[in-house]
Design a protein around this ligand. Structure first.
Ligand code: URA
Ligand code: CA
Length: 438
């Protein structure tokens, strides 16, 4: 077998065998496949597609391309959640402590920001002292003791995905169902959880822009995930505007803390509770969605969710006092209000452009090597459907000397639509997909 044989077979539209898929995935790690051969095969997969059997084999080969974590020492069901990426999407920092406060073990591996989307790791690192690089033993003992730990994916986790994702990013092969599915699922499977709830975004800030494609992605991931023998389910949620009102790393930690204190209602909290309910259901910790929601609301109102977040921060070396005094988080030097050019109703926000505006201020990376500034970002004052007057502030920029303010302003101004008519609001959660639905 040579790389060319495998590329030719897929180019002609044939189904690859498990051996051929394992050969290709191994080759992506050990160098037997050159980057140009991997790229050619990725493009052939994009154009010709993959059967479910091929996608399962690809997922498992990628999961086993490096270390597969064994969480067997931790009692009970270990749950994880995964979002396909968004802007102002701080659900993990709200959901994970609430679910852990309900007694379900959260052993979570998170990623960094990708493109214009934020990453939980970058947000956690804005907390002074916080460590996201626990060893395997530290991770397991933190989950045993507190019921919660959120750490970074180590370099050993699904290394084939690192190589393949980097090539996909520069060869127009990202938005391909079997490739997205195997990329996301392989990392979740290697991270060792029993149950995973996927948050598949839809809208102008989502990997799949149309609702139809987002539902198809959710169904595919739940179907393939279930075929690997693990419990997978998915919510399809709105990303046609930023989910939370705060965008940026320390700013998103601020909003999560406010939500856990009961000081921030709205879309971010609503979606967090819906995801949390699905997690409790898949961990069999609740029998109905209503029961799950009332358990979570109880932990919110009692302050146990906030307490769990503080415990998690302290056990990972961070300063838990940030939860009582948000001024201990990094603060930007200057704020600038952006005002509406006309009056009416906010009728649209191009989420990806808002994400790129935050990136221009320094909240994300323009290149792999770039550093992020934890303090900078945006605070949105308006959501779609809100009335706005001419000259009224609709967004506040939090900036530091390194911020590219003019670019951020230009992107934000281009992202906003104002209409005379009040627009029809989209749902926050479109549908829930479980294994028996696919
Ligand atoms: N996120 C991933 O981790 N992989 C993809 O392919 C797309 C989004
Ligand atoms: Ca069902």
């Amino acid at each position: 077998m040579t790389p060319t044989d495998v590329i030719m077979k897929k180019r002609l539209g044939h189904e690859l065998t498990r051996e051929e898929i394992e050969y290709f995935v191994r080759g992506s790690v050990n160098g037997d496949f050159k980057d140009y051969q991997l790229s050619a095969l990725l493009m052939a997969i994009c154009i010709r597609g993959m059967s479910d059997r091929e996608t399962v084999d690809l997922t498992m080969a990628m999961a086993h391309s490096g270390e597969v974590l064994d969480l067997g020492e931790i009692d009970g069901v270990k749950v994880d959640k995964h979002s396909t990426g968004g802007v102002g999407d701080t659900t993990t920092l709200i959901v994970a402590p609430l679910v852990a406060a309900c007694g379900v073990k959260v052993a979570k591996m998170s990623g960094r920001g990708l493109g214009f989307t934020g990453g939980t790791l970058d947000k956690l690192e804005s907390i002074p002292g916080m460590r996201i690089d626990l060893t395997r033993d530290e991770f397991i003992s933190a989950v045993q003791k507190n019921g919660i730990a959120v750490i970074g994916q180590t370099g050993q986790l699904a290394p084939a995905d690192k190589t393949l994702y980097a090539l996909r990013d520069v060869t127009a092969t990202v938005d391909c169902l079997p490739l997205i599915c195997s990329s996301i699922l392989s990392k979740k499977i290697a991270a060792g959880c029993d149950a995973v709830v996927l948050d598949v975004k839809t809208g102008s800030g989502a990997i799949m822009p149309t609702l139809e494609q987002s539902i198809e992605l959710a169904r595919t991931m739940v179907r393939i995930g279930s075929m690997t023998g693990r419990r997978f389910s998915a919510l399809v949620t709105d990303m046609d505007q930023p989910l939370g009102m705060y965008i940026g790393n320390a700013l998103e930690v601020t909003e999560a803390v406010k939500a856990l204190r009961g000081e921030a209602e709205g879309a971010l909290l609503d979606v967090s509770l819906q995801l949390g309910a699905q997690i409790l259901l898949s961990a069999r910790a609740a029998k109905t969605k209503d029961e799950a929601l009332s358990m979570l609301r109880g932990k919110l109102e009692s302050g146990e969710g906030l307490e769990k977040l503080k415990q998690m921060i302290a056990s990972q070396g961070g300063d838990p006092r940030i939860a009582d005094d948000l001024s201990l988080l990094p603060q930007a030097q200057e704020t600038i209000d952006l005002t509406a050019p006309s009056g009416g109703y906010i009728s649209g926000m191009t989420t990806s452009e808002i994400g790129y505006a935050a990136l221009a201020l320094g909240a994300g990376r323009s290149s792999k090597e770039a550093d992020i500034d934890p303090a900078v970002g945006l605070v949105m004052k308006k959501r779609i459907g809100d009335a706005v007057e001419k000259g009224e502030a609709w967004c506040t920029l939090h900036v530091n000397p390194g911020s590219r303010v003019e670019e951020a302003k230009r992107r934000l101004e281009g992202a906003l639509s104002i209409s005379k008519e009040k627009p029809v609001l989209r749902p926050l959660v479109y549908t829930t997909i479980e294994a028996d639905d696919v």
